[in-house]
Design a protein around this ligand. Structure first.
Ligand code: 5AD
Ligand code: FES
Length: 345
């Protein structure tokens, strides 16, 4: 039996099988076969629904120095900002009226947001919108911190593992950071009952097909409820400025593989994919994705949350992004819905 069929039938492969499978991502027939299977599987579970997550990028201040990231602490050109609680709540108000039932608070690792401050914001949002899910994406914190935030009402947590290969991890991050701690955080989130999201960039510097195979094996073992993947895109103020961007085709191929491996997974077609290709997010849906994360941040701050160059939607109002994505999803036969979009197990 060939490897693609084996994946479709058994939903799991070995690392060497994954490496071989994804090395053939340029084979158009293979990509089409996997994409069709991925869409078939996602339709069985989620129908034609696409879930929207209202993304609020509430601070670009970060104590970390990830080499690929435009808001790394050692970038003096990044204009720093931090939204107030009031500003965050106003994003939620606008978002709720537009039909969002999940809010994602994403930010750098900003020391201003102590457990107390963040828990207060979480609690307020969950009290005001009891029918909404709240997702946090604020990096590595202690078990106790994750516990307090969960207690305050946070439902989900996004923490991309970035790469499951320890050596590759070291080449993308400063020495203070480790894959081990990252993985511990993911396990802690799981223990605390969060719906957990892992993920990685496609085509980050030094990445090999073997690294990606390790990422897939990690996902297969960890079984996250959400997986965020998008192409690496260089940022002009980082030392990876001259590195090539990741491949759109490989990203799409991996979306299909991940959907088949984890049939129930909540899988976004990311903004980075939409940045590299004008119809990247639509193509993401046709490869097996079922989530989009339109921006709800104030327009004044969007350009400042620049993780990579040429990020889309930085001049758009929240309503425009929602409407735009609804149309885009419709153009490929999917429906953007007003729903929390919980994991269906
Ligand atoms: N290109 C693409 N994605 C990036 N991220 C950070 N920097 C870049 C970049 N230059 C991703 C990381 C992070 C997520 C919030 O954004 O994977 O986890
Ligand atoms: Fe923002 Fe299209 S999604 S304008």
């Amino acid at each position: 039996m060939n490897i693609a069929d084996k994946l479709v039938r058994e939903h799991r492969l070995s690392d060497t099988e994954y490496a071989e499978l994804i090395s053939n991502y340029e084979d158009k027939d293979l990509a089409k076969y996997l994409a069709d299977e991925a869409v078939r599987i996602r339709k069985e579970i989620y129908g034609d629904a696409v879930y929207a997550r209202g993304l609020i990028e509430f601070t670009n201040i970060c104590k970390n120095d990830c080499l690929y990231c435009g808001i790394r602490k050692s970038n003096p050109n990044a204009e720093r900002y931090r939204l107030t609680k009031k500003e965050i709540l106003s994003c939620c108000d606008i978002g709720y009226q537009l039909g969002y039932r999940t809010f994602v608070l994403q930010g750098g690792e900003d020391g201003y947001y102590t457990d107390e401050r963040l828990a207060d914001i979480v609690r307020t949002i969950k009290t005001r919108y009891p029918d909404c899910a709240l997702t946090l994406s604020v990096g590595e914190r202690s078990f106790e911190s994750y516990r307090l935030l969960r207690e305050a009402g946070a439902d989900r947590y996004l923490l991309r593992h970035e790469t499951a290969d320890a050596e590759h991890y070291r080449r993308l991050h400063p020495s203070e950071m480790s894959l081990e701690n990252r993985m511990q955080c993911l396990r802690d989130l799981r223990t605390l009952g969060y719906q957990a999201g892992a993920g990685f960039m496609v085509g980050s510097p030094f990445q090999t097909m073997d690294c990606l195979a390790e990422d897939l094996v990690f996902l297969q073992e960890f079984q996250p409820e959400m997986v965020g993947i998008g192409p690496f895109i260089p940022h002009h103020d980082t030392e990876f400025a001259k590195e090539p961007a990741g491949s759109v085709e490989l990203t799409l191929f991996l979306l299909s593989v991940i959907r088949i491996m984890l049939p129930h997974v909540l899988l976004p077609a990311t903004t980075a994919l939409g940045t590299l290709n004008p119809i990247g997010r639509e193509r993401g849906m046709l490869a097996g994705a079922n989530v989009v994360m339109p921006n709800l941040s104030p327009v004044e701050n969007r350009k400042q949350y620049e993780l990579y160059d040429n990020k889309i939607c930085t001049g758009e109002e929240a309503a425009e992004c929602r409407g735009c994505l609804a149309n885009r999803m419709k153009s490929v036969g999917f429906t953007l819905v007003t729903d929390r979009g919980d994991y269906r197990s």
